[in-house]
Every structure is written in C-alpha cells, then in structure tokens.
Design a binder for this molecule. Structure first.
Ligand code: NAD
Length: 484
C-alpha cells in the first residue's frame, strides 16, 4: 500500500496450500476495514497526479512492466503452479494471456483518443474526451492467479485510474510477484495497492465512498452479490460469475480434432476454468465415433505434482474439500443412472500422497436435469448427454442458466453457422474447445455468467475504466484579433 510492503502479524489469516503436496506454504492475512481504508486513501491521494501524467508516460510504465514480466516469466509460472497446482505448461499459457493484456494496455494513447466534429453548427465544434474514473477495485478468484488480475489493473492504471487489487486468499503469492514488478517498472506510489483478505475486506471496498468502479471475477452467488451491492452503492460494476459450458459433437466431427479439443477443454487446469467444457452433447453417431476415444484418453491421462519434473498432464485441484465435493457429485450422478466410462474419483499419486488429486472422469448418459448436468462442478469431470440432432443438442445447451463459453465440433459449415447463430452463450468456439478471447476482444459471458454491461478486456475494458465528457465550443470576441 502506498509503495510500502507491510508484514502484518496482528490480522487473522487463511492458509495457502501447495495442492501438489497438501503442505501449507504461506498464510494470507485477512485485512480489516481500517487497513482497507488506508489502501483506498493511498489510491485516492495518488489519483490526481497519476491522472495528470500523460498517456504516453503511463504507457511507458507498461512497456517496462512487459519487459520485466518476460525476464521473470519462468519463475512467475513456478509460483502459479506452486500455489494453484496447474501444470507449468498451463501456467505459461496463463501468463502469456496476461502479458497480452499488458501489451494491449501499452497502446493506451491510441485507445484513449476521443472524437471531434467540426461545425455542429456554424462556428461551433463538439468533442468527446475520455477521462479516468478515480479509484478502481479488482477482486479475483483462485483459478487464474495471474491472468485474471492482468485483465484488470494494466488497463485500469494505464487509463489513469488508481487501483486496489484484492486477490483470492487461496493464491496470494503470484499477486505479490505481479505487484512487485510493476513497482520495479516505476509505477508511482499509491497507484496500485494490494490488499489480501476475504469477505470483510471486499465488503469494505463495496461500500467505500471513494471507490468508483469494481471488477469482479468469481462464482455466481458472489458475483451477483458484488453486482447488487456495488451498484446499490453507486459504483460501476462488471461482475463475472461461474459457468457450465456445453460442447456439441456432431456425427461428422473429425475424431482426432474433437478428442484433442475436448480433452484440453474438459481436463485442462483440472477443470478449474470458467471456460472448461463440462457437458458434451453427442449427436447421433458421435457417441460411437468420438466418445470411446475420449473415454480412453481420459483413462490414460497422467496426474501428478506440478511443482517438480517430470511434469504430469494434469495437476491437483485447489483444496482437499474441493476434491471430496467433486467426487461426491460424480457418485451422486452415477447413483442417478450415469454410466462412468473413466472414473477419476480416486487418483493414486505415490510420489505425493497428500496432494489433492482427482483423475479425469467421463460419465455417459447423464440425466440433463441432474446436479451433475446443471451445476458448476469446477473439477475434471465431463458429463455426456445424448441428442438425436442439432436442434435437440441446442435445446440442451440453451437450457443452462449460465452462458459463458460453448463449442461445436463439426465438418459442416451450415451446422456451425446455425450453432453460432442460435446458441445462447457469449463466447463460441467452432472446432475450438476453449474459445477464450484474447486481450483485444471482450471476455463476454452471458446470463448467470455475467452481471453488468461492459465486459473485461478490449475496447469494453477501456470504456469500463473511463468516462466520456462531451465539450461543445464556440469562440468569439478576442479571436477577431487575427482579422486585423
Ligand atoms: P469465489 O467466488 O469463491 O471467490 C472469488 C473472490 O471473491 C475471492 O477474491 C474471494 O476472496 C471473494 N469472496 C468469496 N466469497 C465472498 C463473499 N461471500 N463476499 C465477498 N467476497 C467473497 O470464487 P473462486 O472459488 O475463487 O473461483 C472460482 C469461480 O470463479 C468459479 O465459479 C469460476 O467459474 C469463476 N470464474 C469465472 C470467470 C469468468 O470470467 N466468468 C473466470 C474465472 C473464474
């Protein structure tokens, strides 16, 4: 806060695990309202000077930040894998996506430019200028310790705002690395402030009169709460929630492309992704062509610790409680008639017996109205539903309360076109399992997956962190001087 790193031993804490081993590796301090208020004060004090800093100079800090992240790339990825449990390859993918958000923010002088129309009436001109909001807040989930924060603060700060970053208490270590490097890049004191904490900390931020805007990513119940409370308190809010994503596999789908895409989509990051494929809808014969190979690939997926070499194909989930809950939901689904083709409820990892491991589960003929099919599980579980044609498959996908990502695997252009047009989700993949947009496009969830108007990333992100001022000008009087 305010350019100072403070160690606080007087606050309650929450344990941080290495999911690969089950060891407690750190404690997250849980900031109290007094501490949070100090952070907001620091951000509010830093705002006037930062706002007056020309956009090209703000962009230069981002260019330096970009270079520093590249230098430290491998060690940041090791920190992500250590506290999250995902593989190093997945951490590299995540940090690369985050870095692209920094690169996008480097273009802020261009993104910030307004509009101008000469002579809206004779001798009168009108312009739109873009200005920052003031103190903005980012509250992030555990599953992308680097990338999701990087959706937020690079664009907010380069737009001239100051920022409070509240990471998940489960993964505070990557957040520290990210803030340290921005400090090293020359960001003035108080422009970015990091506070660790849980609900109390968030509640203080939601009601603080100096906070102008809140970016949130997390589960749907909390996303709804943040949106409702933040907007009630007069703040601008973009609130991204959970998901239950469907992939439709058409009978004409290429088997290898589909299996590779769905394996990555369902089991990448151990299913702990808001874009994870949770439900596969097999249309017609796809259950005979693609499904057996998918189940075979899931049974062969290697699970293990990601804090050492050699790297497995899938790491542990975030906590032992989460591991047990995922396994219970699978058991419930099987009790209700689901047929387990690959059973990941137990995973023996002798080299790390206390890690939070699950294998990859594929469960067929799942009841579309069951918990397994309808709720977000956030683990390495793929439920298979059956449909006789694309209409039926679309009806199953569109029945979901969520609307984050979705995909189709097909070799038919017209099926793909129909799907793109009719599917009720904000991010659509065609022969792409995880259609997560890059930094120059909005991350555009729908329905229970998003609450707000302007999404994170891209031009939506710039608009979210700024407000427009329209100036109408007319000059007379002293301008006659040039006539003489
Ligand atoms: P979470 O909702 O438990 O926590 C997210 C953040 O909210 C954390 O910083 C946490 O400290 C805070 N928080 C938790 N409970 C709170 C409460 N009652 N009041 C105020 N703040 C609270 O989510 P998580 O388990 O860390 O992350 C997983 C969830 O995030 C999944 O549902 C996943 O789909 C979702 N997610 C969504 C997106 C997206 O873009 N839509 C991206 C990534 C993750």
């Amino acid at each position: 806060m305010n350019g100072e790193w403070t160690e606080r031993t007087d606050l309650p804490t929450s344990p941080v695990h290495n999911p690969s081993t089950g060891d407690v590796i750190a404690e997250s301090p849980l900031a109290d309202p007094t501490t949070v208020n100090e952070a907001v004060q620091a951000a509010a004090d830093a705002f006037p000077a930062w706002w007056e800093t020309p956009a090209v100079k703000r962009a230069r800090v981002m260019f330096k930040y970009r270079a520093l992240i590249e230098q430290e790339f491998d060690s940041i990825c090791a920190t992500i894998s250590l506290e999250h449990g995902k593989t190093l390859a997945e951490s590299r993918g995540e940090l690369q996506r985050g870095l692209e958000c920094v690169e996008y923010a480097c273009g802020i002088p261009e993104l910030f430019k307004g509009e101008y129309l000469e002579n809206i009436a004779r001798g009168i001109d009108c312009e739109v200028i873009r200005q920052p909001l003031g103190v903005c807040v980012g509250i992030t989930p555990f599953n992308f310790p680097a990338m999701i924060a990087m959706w937020m603060f690079p664009l907010a700060i380069s737009s001239g705002n100051t920022f409070i970053f509240k990471p998940s208490e489960k993964v505070p270590l990557t957040a520290i690395r990210l803030v340290q490097l921005l400090e090293k890049a020359g960001l003035p004191k108080g422009v970015l402030n990091l506070v660790h904490g849980g609900k109390d900390c968030v509640d203080t931020l939601l009601s603080h009169p100096d906070v102008r805007a809140i970016s949130f990513v997390g589960s749907t119940p909390v996303a709804k709460y943040i949106y409702e409370t933040g907007t009630k308190n007069g703040k601008r809010v973009q609130s991204n929630g959970g998901a239950k994503n469907h992939v439709i596999i058409m009978p004409d789908a290429d088997v290898k492309t589909s299996v590779d895409g769905i394996m990555g989509g369902a089991f990448g990051c151990a299913g702990e992704r808001c874009m994870a494929i949770a439900n596969a809808v097999c249309v017609g014969n796809a259950s005979k062509t693609v499904l057996p190979e998918l189940a075979e690939a899931a049974r062969n997926l290697k699970v293990g610790p990601t804090d050492r070499d050699p790297q497995p194909q899938m790491g542990a989930v975030i906590t032992s409680q989460h591991r047990d809950r995922v396994a219970e939901i699978v058991t419930e689904g099987a009790d209700q008639g689901g047929k387990i083709l690959s059973d990941g409820r137990r995973a023996e990892v002798p080299e790390a017996p206390n890690g939070f491991y699950l294998g990859a589960t594929v469960i067929d003929e799942v009841d579309p109205q069951s918990t397994l099919a309808e709720t977000e599980i956030f683990g390495p579980v793929l439920s298979v539903l059956r449909a006789s044609d694309l209409d039926e498959a679309l009806a199953l996908a569109n029945a979901s309360a969520f609307g984050n990502g979705t995909a189709i695997f097909t070799t038919s252009g017209s099926a793909a076109r129909e799907f793109k047009h009719r599917v009720q989700a904000g991010m659509v993949g065609i022969n792409v399992g995880v259609p997560a947009p890059m930094a120059m496009f909005p991350f555009s969830g729908w329905n229970e997956s998003f609450f707000g108007d302007l999404h994170v990333q891209g031009r939506d992100g710039v608009r979210f962190y700024t407000r427009e001022k329209t100036v109408t000008s007319r000059w007379f009087g002293e301008s006659d001087v040039w006539r003489k």
